[in-house]
Write a protein that binds this ligand. Sequence first.
Ligand code: FES
Length: 160
Amino acid sequence: MYSHPHCDTDENKYSALNNIIDLYKDKEGSLIQILHAAQKIYGCLPLDLQQIIAGKLAVPLSKVSGVVSFYSFFSVQPRGLHTIRVCMGTACYVRGGKKIVEHLMKTLDVEPGGTTADGRFTFEVARCIGSCGLAPAIMIDDVVYKQMTPTKVNELLSKF
Ligand code: FES
């Protein structure tokens, strides 16, 4: 059975993964399909899980890890329940985006790219998210929040 200290795993999930590998393995583009399915099942794709997939597909681990690192939607680390993206595009940067990043690092106790210890938030910085007129902007999941200040960030976080 596959188990990883940070990922959500159990025996049913392992057999679900096996079924998916059997289903896709001889098809075109199978590796990406399988990695998508595995990430959906386990929440992330740590190296030991990549190793299992590589073994079952009889391809080198480097091929699997190359695909995982190439696509930003694959994640080696478990992701938080919500994703916060702070815009660090030019307009946001000059109007206080950096302050928002520093505030979140302190409040959430996490570096950009990391996930909070309670698993609630993954915190990232982003390029322009299309709201330059009302900078600084952030995104939580798919929603954009504009003209942010540290106080507004606190109010927002308390709703999640
Ligand atoms: S630079 Fe931040 S929204 Fe455009």
